[in-house]
Design a protein around this ligand. Structure first.
Ligand code: ZN
Length: 488
């Protein structure tokens, strides 16, 4: 039974927003490589934790979104120490004694960069096997964090899986069969594409476990690493495209300077919704710049368009399976032949080639994330041990990728051990982004990204924030999405 509220809900959300904004700004500075006071961040984290506790004590389980948010925050705070330890282990223990990159020993953080640049298969295999062996240093930390989070939630009669499913507004059976259907439907298409690109990249040899998604994903685009045949610059281009749809992203601040401590990958932070939204990226190769900027601007326009009058909940609690829809939607215009030719001015053969390479990456993504998603869903559903999770993961990679990975690979991933669930959200968002584009295409034609009316429909969805009803444009139809990739 909830106790008598010691403060009103209005007062609670006002203060919650202040804490959120203060915390967001410091995390932004951290990722952007700017100076900030770590003690200030720790103090905001403490305040946020106390404030979540206050919610649970004063209001109990309603409003539901705030309850889920508070329980999650509490669970995260209680297990934060394991996350910090895992970060340290990754840079201190997951280190190669043999291979170097730009003079420094390759570690967990530079692994992908090494992989993308190294054509010597033996060297990549040796490093991979070495890191798989060293993942044993991470295992107890991941296990302790997952268990700790589960225990913290149990105090509020909820478990990690139910919390996730409730935030994503989907049932377990529906989600796991969606993943299974998508992964199985596309496996033959993925295998055929993998054969084509393996021939190009690996020669006679077939792809193996150490030729992972991240290797192929960057390696297939090597021919465009130096330059792209376009006179446009990504930030100006996406701003123009959005403007043509009647969407105003000019308030979104962009930081493209090259600071040493700045995160290597692009990111978007909504510090205060909708008035302070910032995107940060480091210029790398031209195609990655385009993809990263278009993706992050999808997040940017989303946060910047959320109605300021929306509830705290709808402004700050947006499920991942919703938040990624609009980022993927805008990133996907770069997978559109007409956009590449007419808007970016690519010659036909370049546009065709780029589209088929993106398609291969998309197929690889589905195969890989089908294994990732299924493992995480079943891990929580069946209460698996770390050993059982590894062995299940190994079987799932064989099932969806046709390549048996060492089971512990998931522990070295950047998303799988870091988030309690997350992976299935990315698959849901991909399908929904496709369904949204398809709907707009059917109503406004192939050049819907040039249409004010399409932009207006988008605007109406964006402005709702977490209050969006995805069923209005999405059936989460695995088959439709699979058919698109089969036919492309
Ligand atoms: Zn994103």
């Amino acid at each position: 039974m909830p106790k008598t509220p010691s403060m009103t809900l209005d007062k609670w959300t006002n203060l919650a927003e202040k804490i959120e904004v203060g915390k967001n700004l410091l995390y932004y500075k951290q990722s952007a490589g700017l100076t900030f006071e770590t003690s200030k961040l720790a103090s905001f984290e403490r305040r946020a934790l106390e404030h979540s506790k206050l919610f649970l004590k004063s209001f109990g389980k309603e409003p539901r979104g705030l309850f889920l948010m508070s329980a999650d925050a509490l669970g995260k705070a209680k297990t934060f120490k394991f996350q910090v330890k895992a970060h340290n282990v990754r840079s201190s223990k997951i280190v190669s004694n043999k291979f170097k990159l730009q003079g420094a020993k390759v570690n967990w953080g530079s692994w992908r960069q090494f992989t993308a640049q190294t054509d010597d298969s033996k060297a990549r295999k040796e490093l991979y096997d070495d890191f798989i062996g060293k993942s044993k240093f991470l295992t107890p930390l991941i296990e302790a964090r997952f268990n700790g989070y589960k225990q913290a939630l149990a105090e509020y009669e909820i478990d990690p899986l139910s919390l996730y499913l409730e935030v994503e507004k989907i049932a377990y059976e529906r989600l796991i069969s969606f993943v299974e259907e998508l992964g199985s439907a596309l496996k033959p298409t993925f295998r055929a594409a993998l054969e084509v690109y393996s021939k190009e990249i690996l020669g006679e040899r077939e792809a193996e476990y150490y030729d992972d998604f991240y290797f192929f994903r960057s390696r297939v685009f090597r021919r465009y690493e130096k330059e792209l045949p376009t006179k446009y610059e990504p930030v100006r281009r996406i701003l123009l495209t959005m403007k043509q749809m009647g969407l105003d992203a000019s308030k979104v601040k962009v930081d493209d300077s090259n600071r040493k401590k700045k995160s290597a990958s692009a990111f978007c932070f909504a510090i205060k919704v909708p008035s302070d939204v910032r995107i940060c990226y480091r210029k790398s190769n031209p195609l990655e710049n385009f993809s990263g900027v278009f993706h992050e601007f999808g997040h940017g326009i989303h946060f910047a368009t959320i109605n300021a009058e929306e509830t705290f909940e709808n402004k700050y609690v947006v499920a991942n399976g919703v938040a990624e829809i609009f980022s993927i939607f805008f990133e996907n215009v770069l997978h559109d032949r007409i956009y590449l030719r007419e808007v970016l001015g690519f010659p036909q053969e370049v546009a065709d080639d780029i589209v088929s390479r993106f398609r291969f990456n998309e197929l690889f993504f589905v195969a890989f994330y089908s294994a990732n998603s299924t493992m995480k869903l079943r891990y929580w559903k069946e209460g698996l041990s770390m050993e059982e999770a590894n062995s299940l993961y190994s079987d799932l990679t064989e099932k969806y990728l046709g390549i048996k990975y060492p089971g512990r690979y998931w522990q070295l991933h950047h998303v799988m051990p870091e988030y309690f669930l997350y992976s299935p959200s990315y698959m849901m968002a991909s399908v929904r982004a496709y369904e949204l584009a398809n709907l707009l295409r059917s109503k406004y034609g192939d050049r819907y990204w040039n249409e004010k009316r399409a932009g207006k429909e988008l605007y109406e969805l964006l402005s709702l924030g977490g209050g969006i009803v995805v069923d209005s444009f999405s059936k989460l139809d695995a088959r439709g999405f699979a058919n698109k990739l089969k036919e492309a």
